[in-house]
Write a protein that binds this ligand. Structure first.
Ligand SMILES: NC(=O)c1ccc[n+]([C@@H]2O[C@H](COP(=O)([O-])OP(=O)(O)OC[C@H]3O[C@@H](n4cnc5c(N)ncnc54)[C@H](O)[C@@H]3O)[C@@H](O)[C@H]2O)c1
Length: 344
């Protein structure tokens, strides 16, 4: 993921002259050099976050290290005076999230932006606009799915499929509704891809069900088993219709937002298509879908750094999403907890 952020910084530097890719850092220095060469950068390369922090070469950093290192890496850079765009999740677990957030609130309340790219995704922003304009009336259900075509790679460290994957969907639901749920339940299974990776994860397929006040629910579906390709879909259900956001038909590079009215209407309430960017190089599958969102998230980060403004998403959003996930992880139903089927 760091490769795509570096590419986008380099592009924004060329397009806007508002920023400069000042350095890259990776424990694997050769890999960082390779990336610099690929994106046409002659910025210096450092072998650790600490080296970067003490080099004094920049004011802001994007931290894209493994989740277990997020807190230590982000804190070291913030102590060195950087503002930090930290990849999701904040720390991947509730207690360290809360401790880190309290530390930031006390000492550096405006130093960290948490990377929740869906908030910068044009199709989802349009769906939110439609929803807020009342196009489908009162919203009572949101379905949000994220399904990878592969397991997490060999050696990838995951604290569970919910903190690793569903954190995107949970933040999407909290952002769309502006509300926190009151209860959560998870149904989890291991059905296929856990067998073809050395990454150890609780489930490779899970459903997180959320209940809100006033008769509203959210259903979040995450999976590492959608072998025919990355699947990201959201459906917002209201009393007067639905809004669908996704990648339908076989148009590989189109995202469609369609709002349908009640049964009997012959025309959609709204219909727009958003082209996906074609990077023309082999990159992980989520980059095609969210490329524009990652770049616009980064542009927002840089703009806040330049103007000294607070960030649009912070550690607090990370804690809220994790509070929901932690509740769900304490109420898990697998086949052992479910009722046995009695056949005659
Ligand atoms: N927003 C998204 O859609 C999205 C997508 C993928 C990954 N991510 C997040 O990005 C983070 C990284 O994921 P990834 O898939 O790129 O992992 P990765 O393992 O492919 O890459 C991590 C890189 O960090 C380097 N590294 C590790 N510790 C370091 C340190 N202390 N100093 C410098 N470099 C260090 C590693 O050498 C490696 O090159 C994770 O937290 C993940 O949740 C977010």
């Amino acid at each position: 993921m760091g490769v795509i952020h570096a590419l986008h910084v380099q592009e924004l530097a060329r397009e806007t002259q508002d920023c400069e890719l000042a350095a890259l850092a990776d424990l694997n220095v050769d890999r960082a050099r390779e990336v610099a060469a690929q994106i046409g950068s002659d910025a210096p390369v450092f072998a650790s976050v600490d080296e970067l922090a003490s080099a004094g070469v920049c004011d802001a950093t994007v931290v894209v290290t493994p989740t277990g290192d997020h807190r230590a890496n982000a804190a070291a850079l913030i102590r060195a005076g950087h503002r930090v765009l930290l990849e999701k999740p904040l720390t991947g677990a509730l207690e360290p999230d809360r401790e880190f957030a309290a530390e930031l609130d006390r000492d550096h309340p405006h130093a960290l932006m948490l990377a929740f790219q869906r908030r910068f995704d044009p199709p989802l922003q349009y769906a939110k606009e439609l929803m807020e304009s009342g196009a489908i009336g009162r919203v009572f259900k949101i379905y949000s799915s994220l399904e990878d075509s592969n397991p997490a790679p060999d050696g990838y460290k995951s604290g569970g499929i919910l903190p690793d994957m569903s954190v995107h969907n949970v933040d999407e639901v909290l952002w769309l509704t502006g509300r926190m749920p009151r209860a959560a339940l998870t149904i989890g299974s291991r059905i296929y891809s856990h067998r073809i990776t050395t990454c150890v994860e609780d489930f490779d397929d899970a459903l997180l069900y959320l209940w809100f006040e006033d008769e509203m629910v959210a259903q979040i579906q995450v999976s590492r088993n959608h072998v025919s390709g990355y699947r990201v879909e959201s459906i917002i259900f209201g009393e007067e219709g639905q809004i669908h956001v996704g990648h339908f038909d076989q148009k590989l590079f189109d995202i469609t937002v369609e709002a349908y009215g009640r049964r009997g209407r012959t025309e959609p309430l709204a219909l727009r298509t958003f082209p996906m960017r074609r990077y023309g190089r082999p990159l992980p599958e989520f980059i095609d879908r969210f490329g524009a969102a990652y770049k616009s998230e980064l542009a927002a980060f840089i703009e806040c750094c330049r103007s000294g403004s607070p960030f649009p998403t912070t550690h607090r959003d990370g804690v809220r999403a994790q509070e929901v996930i932690s509740a769900g992880m304490q109420a898990v139903i697998g086949p052992e907890q479910a009722r046995l089927v009695q056949s005659a």
